[in-house]
Design a protein around this ligand. Sequence first.
Ligand SMILES: Cc1cc2nc3c(=O)[nH]c(=O)nc-3n(C[C@H](O)[C@H](O)[C@H](O)COP(=O)(O)OP(=O)(O)OC[C@H]3O[C@@H](n4cnc5c(N)ncnc54)[C@H](O)[C@@H]3O)c2cc1C
Length: 378
Amino acid sequence: MDGTSDVIVVGAGVIGLSIAWRVAQRGLSVTVVDPAAGSGASWTAAGMLAPVTELHYEGRELLALNVESAARYPAFVADLAETTGMDVGYRRCGTVVAAWDAADLAALRDLHAFQVSLGVDSHLLTSRELRAQEPSLAAGLPGGLWAPGDHQVDNRLLHRALVRAATAAGAPLVSARVVGWRQAGERVTGVLTDDGRQFSAGTVVLAAGAWSGVTDGLPDPAVPPVRPVKGQTLRLRGPRELLGHVVRGSVRGNPVYVVPRADGSLVVGASSEEAGFDVRARTGAVFDLLRDAQTLVPGLSETEFVEVSTSVRPGSPDNAPLIGPSPLPGLLYATGHYRNGILLTPLTADLVTGLITGTGAVPPVCDPQRYAAEEART
Ligand SMILES: Cc1cc2nc3c(=O)[nH]c(=O)nc-3n(C[C@H](O)[C@H](O)[C@H](O)COP(=O)(O)OP(=O)(O)OC[C@H]3O[C@@H](n4cnc5c(N)ncnc54)[C@H](O)[C@@H]3O)c2cc1C
């Protein structure tokens, strides 16, 4: 045996690392296994913490989960800063949503009515109010929405800080790919890696993002219903004063956003495609994003183009994450966070830590057993 610990975490994106950090803080020994930590969706993401403007029509339970995680962010990043000395760019900047035309505005009004029915803090803006809130927006936009509680974090800094925090808490990162699973009867007792090593643990947490459903050797009943949803973001560098808030919008029905970081960089996103694990940047997606973002914020044309980043979101059948027991004893899921994994990081870490230490339960909306219960009903 190459290592024995209380907990093994498979995957070192923000989800796996935050779990490793929190569990290790409780005095348990943790091993994190990942061949390429920071290469997944956690690196490509835009870092919006947007329970309100990401709310479409999914419903009250998922909204409550997202709102709860957003509320945990200030304490989470403060603890992280104390442990690592790193500022992860958590900015309480609010989000402006701009409509492009009358049809977009009508859709925004419907969404606003739905949000208000759920008790969410969001406000309709007239054309004039929209420009006053964010003067760099194009002239003549018909109106929009203001979500004062939707903020941002720099997800790349967050990832770096979590690597540091997990390591400092005594959760070493093993650079290898999980290619097999150790079992004693039904019970999962460890993992095998592509360099021939074996690790054992009382609990194994599957946090491999979009790859959670394709980790080699996972027995059939334990394969989670997670699929890859391709997405691209662009990084630009512009004048620091260009935007004061996250700007989102819909241009002729195409969603687009621009996230201004404190250092003057800007993240433009995001495409969404069902394209398997193909993470090559697609020219048409880059073109669409630049065209639509520049339509809303004309000043983007003068910024420096820095980077295209592509990855796959871990999608689930109902867009809610899978956090909790798998069908096999000894194996927990922390996956399927789809478009909100950065937002859901603090809450996921707390929920999984609660399960492992026997001090908490997970809400039904993210309990992986909900699909089995649903099947039994139909
Ligand atoms: C374009 C885009 C924009 C996004 N914007 C936002 C946003 O603004 N706000 C937000 O909240 N969320 C956003 N998301 C979603 C968010 O990025 C994800 O939900 C989140 O990063 C998932 O984190 P994770 O740790 O589960 O997965 P990942 O970050 O993908 O990490 C999974 C890790 O598992 C590892 N792995 C895979 N297979 C194995 C194996 N066999 N053995 C060991 N390790 C393995 C990989 O190497 C990888 O490091 C966005 C995503 C994309 C793609």
